[in-house]
Design a protein around this ligand. Structure first.
Ligand code: NAP
Length: 460
């Protein structure tokens, strides 16, 4: 089999290389995961909880080693590298805290004649296919509840973040979780799809691109394997006339540029009320000009390279297409001398954009954002909904009720008011349209990794 290479965006060198498992070895690994599931589920919930909490703690204890590794693997500036672990801790804590209550049987009747209840049981073996952009956060959303609920887990991490899968496995094993209960496998696409098609798993959580999600759905066709698909986005921000302008600029531009725009719920298009439009654009441009593009290993860098040259190429093409159609780029790339025409890409703010341009319709997943002027709520809602995606939408206003009313009209998984690009572990992470199916985090996250079992017991 051909080795899988992790090409670092820092300098284009091969940072790590691993041989993928041959299909036979992969099938054997899955068989071990399935055999380990009964004994794992039979352990008391408190024991599983303690082991998972210890695994998360062991991972977080390595954050100072992981931050530079992440910079090498996917280009996140070292000053932000460890930031991911605040979210890992918060999500793991929340899912652990609600486990006992969420997994407890719901007793409908417990009387002299009948005992009726609905229990929740682990599904069996859960498969997580993870992306590189937040390699720990995205994986932890399913790993933690799946293990706590009594499933065994197989992880296939992205080629770009091969080492993240290894760090997760090391941490969970060091904490005492048996090797067959949590396995990180290096798999190529063909073997991944073969395993799914062979009904190896009882639930597959896939986080990645729409094309990848389609491939997983095709592989699973006819197996009845439940899928959680967390796919692409083109998340809008809408700045109403009553918005706090400075806060809106600060949060929306950070949402657009953080992680070089490679956030699933990053802000990719902004609609601003005409009364604030000019001021918003001026402040947004100043905000972007203060970024520092450079090596992610330099502590001064606030904008690293994109994770891969091919991702930067797509963004460059979208910008060029938009400009050819009349968009105006407001950032002179010469201000960012580190732009090398490859993975290091100057950020860009585009105005005079419209929805005929790919940059306003297709996922960019890069440091570019288009800004449009709108006359009011109706036009903003129409434009926000004019998208194949629906992950989050960020509304800027001083009025809760109006935000909720506008939110009800938007086809989206999450409605934010006066914030963006954030996951609250108590709320369900979900999307609609091409963004995917299912939901993770919150009590609903447990429903994806368990099945109901009804008990209808009658005394004679
Ligand atoms: P990707 O190319 O689809 O890859 C994601 C994962 O799926 C990787 O582990 C990849 O393996 C694997 N994969 C892709 N195609 C496959 C196939 N045909 N068979 C088996 N495995 C396959 O996505 P990406 O570019 O890494 O990630 C960025 C995308 O993820 C963006 O679209 C972003 O919006 C989305 N995302 C969504 C969320 C969300 O919550 N909705 C969160 C984070 C990211 P290899 O790396 O080995 O190719």
């Amino acid at each position: 089999m051909k080795p899988i290479q992790l090409v670092s965006p820092v300098d284009g060198t091969v940072h790590a290389e691993r041989l993928p498992l041959a299909p036979e070895a992969a099938r054997a690994a899955v068989a071990r995961a399935r055999a380990a599931q009964g004994p794992w589920a039979a352990r008391p919930l408190d024991e599983r909880l303690a082991l998972v909490r210890a695994g998360v703690a062991a991972l977080i204890a390595k954050k100072d080693q992981i931050a530079p590794e992440l910079a090498h693997q996917m280009g996140r500036p070292i000053r932000f590298g460890a930031g991911e672990f605040g979210g890992v801790q918060a999500r793991a804590d929340y899912m652990a805290e609600i486990a006992a209550e969420t997994l407890a049987p719901k007793v409908i009747e417990d009387g002299p004649a009948f005992r009726r209840l609905i229990a929740r049981e682990a599904l069996g073996t859960v498969f997580v296919v993870a992306p590189w952009n937040y390699p720990f956060l995205t994986a932890i959303n399913t790993i933690v509840p799946a293990l706590i609920a009594g499933n065994t887990l197989v992880l296939k991490h992205a080629s770009q973040t091969l080492l993240a899968g290894e760090r997760l496995a090391e941490a969970f094993h060091a904490a005492g979780i048996p090797g067959d209960v949590f396995q990180n496998l290096v798999l190529d696409h063909a073997t991944t799809e073969e395993l799914i098609a062979a009904r190896s798993f009882d639930f597959v959580n896939f986080t990645g691109s729409v094309a990848g999600g389609r491939a997983i759905e095709r592989a699973a066709a006819g197996t009845f394997t439940p899928l959680g698909l967390e796919l692409g986005g083109k998340d809008p921000g809408y700045v109403r006339a009553d918005a706090d302008l400075d806060a809106a600029v600060d949060t929306l531009m950070d949402g657009a540029m953080f992680n070089s725009g490679q956030c699933c719920c990053g802000i990719e298009r902004i609609y601003v009320h005409e009364s604030l439009y000019d001021a918003f654009v001026e402040k947004a441009v100043a905000w972007v000009k203060a970024l520092r593009l450079g090596s992610p290993l330099d502590p001064e860098t606030t904008l690293g390279p994109m994770a891969n040259v091919r991702f930067a190429r797509l963004v460059r093409e979208q910008i060029a297409e938009a400009v050819a159609r009349g968009a105006r780029p407001l950032i002179d790339p010469a201000l960012f001398p580190a732009d090398d025409g490859g993975a290091y890409l100057a950020p860009q703010v585009l105005v005079d954009v419209d929805h005929t341009m790919a940059v306003m319709r297709e996922e960019s997943f890069g440091p570019v954002v288009g800004i449009m002027k709108v006359s009011g709520d109706d036009q903003a809602v129409e434009l926000m909904n004019d998208s194949p995606y629906g992950l989050t939408a960020s509304i800027w206003t001083r009025d809760y009720d109006t935000a909720q009313q506008i939110g009800a009209r938007i086809q989206t998984g999450t409605v934010f008011m006066n914030r963006a690009d954030y996951l609250d572990p108590a709320l369900c992470w979900t999307g609609c349209k091409d963004t995917g199916r299912g939901g993770s985090l919150s009590y609903l996250g447990y429903l994806s990794v368990t099945r109901p079992k009804s008990y209808h017991l009658k005394k004679v």
